[in-house]
Design a protein around this ligand. Sequence first.
Ligand code: FEO
Length: 397
Amino acid sequence: MSFKITDAVTWVGKRDWELRHFHGQEYSTHRGSTYNAYLVQDEKTALVETVWGPFAGEFIEQLKSVVDLSRIDYVIANHAESDHSGGLPELMRLIPEVPVYCTQNGVKSLKGHYHQDWNFQVVKTGQRLSLGARELIFIEAPMLHWPDTMFCYLTGEDILFSNDAFGHHLASEGMYNDLVDPCALMEECIKYYANILTPFSAQVKRKIEEFAGLGLPLKMICPSHGTIWRDNPMQIVKQYLTWAGNYQEHQAVIVYDTMWNGTRRMAEAIAEGMSQADPSLAVKLYNAARADKNDIITEVFRSKVLLVGSPTINRGYLSSIGGFLELVRGLGFKNKKAAAFGAYGWSGESVRLMTAQLNEAGFEVVNDGIRAMWNPDGDALEQCRAFGRGFGQGLTV
Ligand code: FEO
């Protein structure tokens, strides 16, 4: 159901309450999501974004209830990823001559997705599009988080349409940040940043500084997922600057998998040692095969240290740990310590191989890790506690 944000701006997006996975199966969306599209009506009418393809039909029916499609003068495609552009093919069949405003890379991406030669109009940072009393100002935002991404700003309403930036996967009936559970909102925001934006933190910082330098007043941030930031919109901008600065809390996370509980018992003993050394350190344990991978990544993002554990199997480590190590490699975390541990019966390569992977992923690997043969006995568990105490002490200095 559409709703007016201001006299000139109407939300025409889609709440997706059912969504539980995004980017295929790569990103869990425990609380659903929304695909936000916005209609700006002045002397001219501009549509900012569409919705994910499966909802294209619903989107167009809703749009028709707000505006005669023949009155749409401009389509703005801030980002070509199909959760925002998926409604374009059906829409453009109905209004084929209407210009589509996007970046140069946006043309490549949209053509790559849909193989259509729409009336593309390439825009650059600072370019303005007059709608009458108001203007749209375009701001390229490459790698936030695709090369094609851009923002646009609406003068007169002082609204930034920020696309994925400042977004969160959270379906809600109340579509403003002050109308949802603030804890749930921040949980989804940090998860989104940790899992999607971590590799682009340098660009996040530069883009925020560039936008601040434009001196444009800001009443609202309208992202393309989740709620609209109308209550103190700068709070999420400031939070992004904090997260972009090699963020960490006084926390350690232990991620492991286990076959017959030997490596689990090692993980728990290491955690005990960490807490003994520093009771103020938040120590969290996750079995990579049982916990949600994106929730684990969020905890890695928040941590000063990551310990990874797996028994040796087939001269390697368990497959859940393999998937997890690939995730942390790709995200490129910085300024975090790490080490590996694991139980073994004979060849025992897992710790050495995990240590190499952590090194390659950019962690500061502080030692060669710790191994326990067969099921750890009392002495082995005490060695694990001592290993943990070393980390606990090391984090307080
Ligand atoms: Fe990069 Fe919401 O898509």
